[in-house]
Write a protein that binds this ligand. Structure first.
Ligand code: GDP
Ligand code: FE
Ligand code: FE
Ligand code: FE
Length: 187
């Protein structure tokens, strides 16, 4: 599937702002793919589809979790965590994309996980550092992403956990697993 076709499939499912975010994630991810020697073709597909399921009705997201192999514990956590896993299912179901590396990059883009693959790291980092974002400390992460993708991903998982804890929010196990694993690898 080429870039134009993928974009045309995603666009009707997103708001204008979310589509623009997707384009920025795409450009950021392609720069990282070049830098870290990851397939541009796979990175392009994962970036374009990463938020594909973001605006599905909650009832529909819940249905996909209940009726597929997705872990049921997702339903005990914030619905913001559902669009990655469900998106990875929908791109195969609706568009025949079976590439496991593309699918897991979409699946884990919100939480990360233990032992993230190179393409998973790229989508996780690109989603956080794309030029439209503005988090505290973001320029440090952007600079690190050019030098050491593992360290940049570690900073993101640490920041995300700190942010969620400051808001008294529950934290999904994969979010902790990403942080613990990256901490061991980086220090
Ligand atoms: P977006 O879809 O481009 O807006 O970005 P993401 O899919 O990466 O993230 C969506 C939201 O999920 C962000 O606000 C994160 O802070 C939040 N998030 C990430 N991990 C967790 C978690 O473990 N628990 C909860 N409750 N939220 C999380
Ligand atoms: Fe997302
Ligand atoms: Fe993210
Ligand atoms: Fe996103």
């Amino acid at each position: 599937m080429n870039r134009a076709e993928a974009l045309s499939l995603v666009k009707p499912h997103l708001t204008e702002k979310r589509y623009e975010h997707t384009i920025r994630v795409l450009n950021t991810a392609l720069t990282l793919a070049e830098r870290y020697g990851v397939s541009k073709k796979q990175t392009e597909l994962a970036a374009i589809f990463h938020d594909y399921a973001k605006y599905r009705p909650l009832k529909e997201l819940k249905h996909w979790i209940e009726t597929t192999y997705l872990p049921k514990d997702l339903l005990q956590f914030h619905h913001e965590l559902w669009h990655g896993p469900v998106g990875s299912i929908l791109i195969e179901f609706e568009h025949g994309i079976k590439d496991e590396e593309v699918k897991t990059a979409i699946y884990y883009h919100t939480t990360g996980r233990k032992d993230m693959t190179p393409i998973e790291l790229i989508i996780y980092v690109a989603d956080y550092i794309e030029p439209g974002r503005n988090f505290p400390g973001l320029d440090d992460v952007r600079n690190m992403a050019e030098r050491d993708i593992l360290k940049a991903a570690w900073m993101i998982s640490r920041n995300t956990i700190n942010f969620l804890m400051s808001k008294n929010q529950p934290i999904y196990p994969d979010t902790f697993h990403a942080y613990n694993d990256l901490t061991k690898k980086v220090y």
